[in-house]
Design a protein around this ligand. Structure first.
Ligand SMILES: *[C@@H]1O[C@H](CO)[C@@H](O)[C@H](O)[C@H]1NC(C)=O
Length: 257
């Protein structure tokens, strides 16, 4: 009697324990999947992790930050981008009242996949550093050209690249300043991924991510560049054909590119 009931009790207990374990596993997996991208499904794969473990951060000012963000967003190895204010002394700058700051882009990247020098090339290629007091129609001190550096190595690379740029033409002066990275004040949500937000179709395609996910998503950074036509031609073509394919299939969400 005693043995048989203890046998069954143990069996029932074992079944319950297994059930509990399975449940914990499922819950763990569900919440684990949500961690990197926030709450939405699209965030799961939309966010890349750096290969070597640690990512690196670079900050540049090169005119309007709407375009600056798009200039870096499509580069292989760039994990996420955001726009903000830096280079001045005013505390808590705002778009309509940014004081002595410059409009900047912050680029988080995987140094295993893209080197700082490559980012410098993209910086020089995406504005006219010889223009004084602005870029084209954007006139003002907030559009000045700055490379923010972190450490002596970056400062040296930045100075070298500036010399190279100056050597291309001696008749005008490169206005770009090189200064140590200070506080980066993140800009208001409406300025983040600005180019992407001008294309509601693209936004819808990635599931209308909430603002915080737009900020952290690698996919959103890429599509922001695509919207401004600032991806390299082969990446631009690859993404566009993927979008066409999705549109044809009627599958509504783009999760990865
Ligand atoms: C600056 O570089 C150091 C060492 O490489 C790193 O730990 C730190 O996070 C960097 N700071 C920024 C703002 O990228």
């Amino acid at each position: 009697m005693i043995t048989s009931s203890s046998c069954c009790y143990q069996t029932i207990l074992a079944v319950h324990l297994w059930g509990l374990l399975l449940l914990l596993l499922l819950v763990g997996r569900a919440s684990g999947a949500r961690l990197p991208g926030g709450s939405g499904g699209a965030g799961i794969r939309a966010q890349q992790q750096p290969r070597g473990g640690a990512s690196a951060t670079a900050v540049f000012a090169l005119g309007s930050f709407w375009r600056s963000e798009a200039a870096f967003g499509c580069l292989p190895g760039v994990i996420r981008t955001s726009v903000g204010y830096a280079g001045g002394s005013k505390a808590r700058p705002e778009y309509r009242n940014l004081g002595d700051h410059a409009e900047c882009v912050k680029v988080e990247y995987d140094p295993w996949l893209i080197q700082y020098n490559k980012l410098l090339d993209v910086f020089w290629a995406n504005h006219d550093p010889r223009e004084v007091f602005g870029q084209g129609p954007d006139v003002g001190n907030q559009y000045r050209s700055i490379i923010f550096t972190n450490g002596t190595m970056e400062a040296r690379l930045a100075a070298l690249s500036k010399e190279k740029e100056q050597a291309k033409d001696r008749r005008s002066v490169i206005t770009t300043q090189i200064q140590p990275m200070g506080t980066f004040y993140q800009a208001e949500p409406e300025h983040q991924k600005f180019e992407l937000k001008r294309k509601p179709f693209l936004l819808q395609l990635i599931g209308n991510l909430p603002e915080e996910e737009l900020l952290s998503s690698t996919l959103a950074a890429k599509l922001n560049a695509l919207a401004a036509e600032l991806c390299s031609p082969n990446i631009q073509n690859r993404i566009n054909s993927k979008i066409d394919e999705i549109a044809k299939k009627g599958w509504p969400i783009l999760r990865d590119i």
